[in-house]
Design a protein around this ligand. Structure first.
Ligand SMILES: [Zn+2]
Length: 484
């Protein structure tokens, strides 16, 4: 009888917070069961020789939108397939009641099981869901949701007067209810999440994530941009300027301080937003505050995002900004002042990416999570490999209550790994990303460093550009301490 199902030999193993070590990894029943300087050949049923390659923990892409513009089953299958390309083995996706998604509101006791059931059997990666509480009656379902495995929640600062695509100011456009969705709601929401965090404090983190853009300021800046007739992504950047992020961060921060609620400032897009969130955290060390940015906010500007004539592929909330913002965000991740990097993956059909004001917000990016961070972070900026693993795997896993089951390489952790050829050069084209999205606004982007094998719970899922695993991803309940 073999000691291991699979052994990965001779790789440079990248362990978050520790460093890079030339060790062999033994895997049994989907878990890492040995990390040794050398595991003799013959002790495993199967062996992978990773000589000359780096072995990273599978990335945990915690900002994701399964089912936002397509049926859940379709998105789950197409987009988690794309995740494997980027070395991602777990996705944590956002869901809310209201427009898009299931196009209805009501009780999460009815909605949530449907979301999980419709993802089950369709996901290549393991998956989990954050939930956004959109109306009063759902506040009473928060503890029920925690017991169903939802350890993180979301609030959108800009929904109280705006729709998703920035072309309507109907306050009900998103929630599909008459109930107020405002700072009053947020205050009650934060108190409830804080209550849950206190109750389950020794079992893991329960938090509230915030999309920070300010509805009332967006209204006037968007109006102005449309009147001026500025087109393309520059128009969107000017219509949703950094000032709106800043004010929303401050407002949310005041309420977090009043309630003690653990919070996450999502997708910081600008120098100004980062500095505001960073200052808030420094001046409130007693609070549990985490920060996030995205691949596109780090490495694209409204000028460099690939946009064919008449298209707005890179339209996203908050918008892609300028070089000064890229530079500030890269410095922040290098200094550890931004905790996590995500894709904010949302698959959009090309026909919904036409003119600026009609186009849907969002685009795919999960397949570039490790590639872009290794290329632009490690090769171009000299960031250490373990730092990259912290930003895309270990830190996000901690934020959402998945660590150390996910996000690291340790005995007892799930055997989620990606083997990366650090020297492989690759120009981005949509077809290699294996997504349902037929275009990429990273088209033509030069990458150095590309995953060659992705392994999820010990199963070989992706190899040399092809998916070889099945849609057997599992729903993971969080925080893991509550759901052992
Ligand atoms: Zn998002």
């Amino acid at each position: 009888m073999s000691d291991f199902d699979l052994v990965i030999k001779n790789g440079r193993v990248v362990i978050p917070y520790i460093g890079v070590s030339e060790v062999d990894i033994g895997i049994t029943n989907g878990k890492i069961t040995a990390i040794e300087s050398s595991i003799a050949s013959g002790r495993a049923k199967e062996e992978i020789n990773a000589a000359g390659k780096a072995v990273f923990p599978g990335a945990v892409d915690v900002h994701y939108h399964i089912g936002i513009y397509h049926p859940i089953e379709e998105d789950a299958e197409n987009e988690t397939r794309s995740s494997l390309v980027g070395g991602v083995t777990t996705v944590v996706s956002y869901f809310r009641s209201g427009s898009h998604y299931l196009e209805r509101t009501g009780s999460y006791k009815e909605l949530f099981p449907e979301v999980v059931n419709r993802t089950n059997g369709h996901s290549y990666t393991d998956f989990s869901y954050h939930i956004a509480i959109m109306e009063n009656s759902q506040l009473d379902e928060i503890e029920w949701l925690v017991n169903q495995g939802v350890g993180s929640f979301k609030y959108f600062m800009f929904y109280k007067g705006m729709n998703l695509h920035g072309n309507s100011t109907d306050p009900k456009a998103m929630t599909m209810t008459d109930e107020p969705y405002d700072l009053g709601h947020l205050y009650k929401y934060m108190k409830k999440v804080k209550e849950m965090q206190d109750k389950y404090a020794d079992k893991g983190r329960i938090s509230l994530s915030l999309h920070c853009e300010h509805a009332e300021l967006l209204r006037i800046f968007l109006e102005e941009a449309r009147e001026k007739g500025i087109d393309g992504l520059q128009g969107y950047h000017e219509g949703r300027p950094a000032l709106t992020e800043k004010l929303a961060i401050v407002e949310a921060g005041v309420l977090a301080k009043a309630t003690g609620c653990p919070i996450n400032f999502l997708h910081l897009s600008s120098k100004e937003a980062f500095e505001t969130a960073d200052e808030f955290r420094r001046f409130n060390p007693e609070l549990d505050v985490r920060t996030e940015t995205t691949l596109h906010h780090l490495s694209l500007t409204w000028e460099t995002s690939y946009e064919p004539e008449g298209k707005t592929w890179g339209k996203v909330n908050p918008p892609i900004r300028e070089k000064i913002d890229n530079d500030a965000l890269w410095t922040a991740v290098q200094q550890g002042r931004i905790d996590q990097v995500v894709s904010d993956h949302a698959c959009v059909d090309e026909e919904n990416k036409g003119g600026l004001w009609e186009a849907y917000a969002g685009f795919g990016g999960t397949a570039l999570l490790y590639p872009l961070m290794i290329s632009d972070g490690h090769h171009k900026r000299g960031m250490k490999l373990e730092k990259i693993a912290e930003l895309v795997a270990a830190n996000p896993a901690q934020t959402v209550g998945l660590y150390p089951k996910k996000g690291t390489i340790a005995v007892g952790s799930d055997a989620d790994l990606t083997i990366v050829d650090l020297d492989k050069e690759q120009k981005v084209t949509a077809d290699i990303l294996l997504s349902g999205q037929t275009f990429s606004n990273f088209e033509g982007y030069d990458i150095k460093g590309w995953p060659v094998i992705t392994i999820r719970r010990g199963e070989l899922m992706y190899k040399d550009g092809k998916v070889i695993g099945t849609t057997s991803g599992e729903f993971i309940k969080r925080p893991i301490g509550v759901h052992k």
